[in-house]
Write a protein that binds this ligand. Structure first.
Ligand code: HEC
Ligand code: HEC
Length: 252
């Protein structure tokens, strides 16, 4: 059933990568990219995602809003910051990811209009703060206050849905290493986001990627920055524990 659905999607090729990943330590999506794409990611001067990191740095140091404050007026050390997300915002109690935390700071601290979720400015600031933790290993989620959200994210991951009736794991656990429309299916990890995707000719967020995956099985995608996707993001962070932060990763 699963195989025939995937066959209709154009799935082909059996790669040995699948056998060496099952049940073992997580493998970054980097390992499933071509040598050219890997080389582009590895060279900080060639990696196009670094343009967003640099733009983010400039924005981070620019005063804005009615409060006329720059992010850097309140935040100095950024290393390790990205590792904490998603988490509950200490003031509002809402589940936030790095991008929606940044939006909160713009609204409440800078008294400015928050950047739209997938805007260049949002990608730039998120890339800058994300890259400040480059190379750090992702830790498992331990905060008990996040348990319910984590469970919901895991349920989203394992639920079959869409016209094709596929769960995330049908591809990212059970079809790892196979080819689907020119992409080699990886384990679906989130450790390099925001990424630069050659097909998009742009940086893009994890939530944009999740929308592509949901649309791929012809399910109704959730909104960028939605609680449902932040819950999935939390579960993905748990799954990726032990992988290094590769922001900005480069993808086909
Ligand atoms: C029909 C197969 C399929 C399903 C189902 C699917 N994806 Fe994907 N997904 C892909 C393909 C193809 C890619 C691009 C190649 C890759 O990195 O795996 C991808 C990429 C990703 C990536 C980016 C990996 C990276 O290293 O950049 C993440 C994260 C991801 N998927 C998560 C999910 C989640 C969460 C779900 C369920 C909501 C899901 N996917 C459902 C096929 C699928
Ligand atoms: C006037 C001070 C102030 C400004 C300006 C400000 N923030 Fe914040 N920021 C905070 C406070 C206070 C918190 C604690 C969480 C909260 O209250 O939302 C925080 C939390 C954060 C966090 C989580 C940090 C951590 O280690 O827990 C990030 C990331 C962040 N802000 C990014 C930004 C960015 C990006 C900007 C600029 C667009 C910005 N902030 C502007 C005060 C500020």
């Amino acid at each position: 059933m699963l195989l025939s659905t995937l066959w209709r999607l154009g799935l082909s090729g059996l790669f040995s990568l699948a056998s060496c990943t099952a049940g073992a330590a997580p493998v970054s999506g980097y390992a499933f990219q071509s040598a050219d794409t890997q080389a582009l990611q590895d060279d900080p001067f060639m990696n196009p995602g670094m343009l967003w990191v640099d733009a983010g740095k400039a924005l981070f140091n620019t005063k804005a809003g009615a409060a006329n404050k720059a992010c850097s007026d309140c935040h100095q050390t950024l290393e390790g910051t990205a590792d904490k997300f998603p988490r509950l915002n200490p003031r509002t109690g809402a589940l936030v990811n790095l991008t929606t935390q940044i939006q909160l700071c713009q609204l409440d601290q800078q008294q400015a209009t928050p950047v739209a979720y997938e805007s260049q400015a949002a990608l730039a600031l998120t890339s800058y703060v994300g890259h400040a933790s480059f190379g750090r290993k992702w830790q498992p989620v331990t905060d008990p206050a996040l348990a319910t959200y984590l469970q919901r994210g895991a349920a989203y991951f394992s639920r079959r849905k869409g016209q094709l009736d596929l769960a995330c794991g049908d591809c990212h656990v059970r079809s790892v290493g196979k080819l689907l429309r020119g992409d080699m299916i990886s384990e679906g990890h989130s450790n390099g986001y925001p990424i630069y995707r050659l097909e998009w000719q742009s940086a893009g967020s994890l939530h944009r990627r999740l929308r592509s995956c949901d649309i791929g099985v012809r399910a109704e995608p959730r909104a960028l920055g939605s609680q449902a996707y932040i819950e999935v993001e939390l579960y993905l962070r748990q799954r990726a524990a032990g992988l290094s932060n590769e922001t900005p990763a480069v993808r086909r």
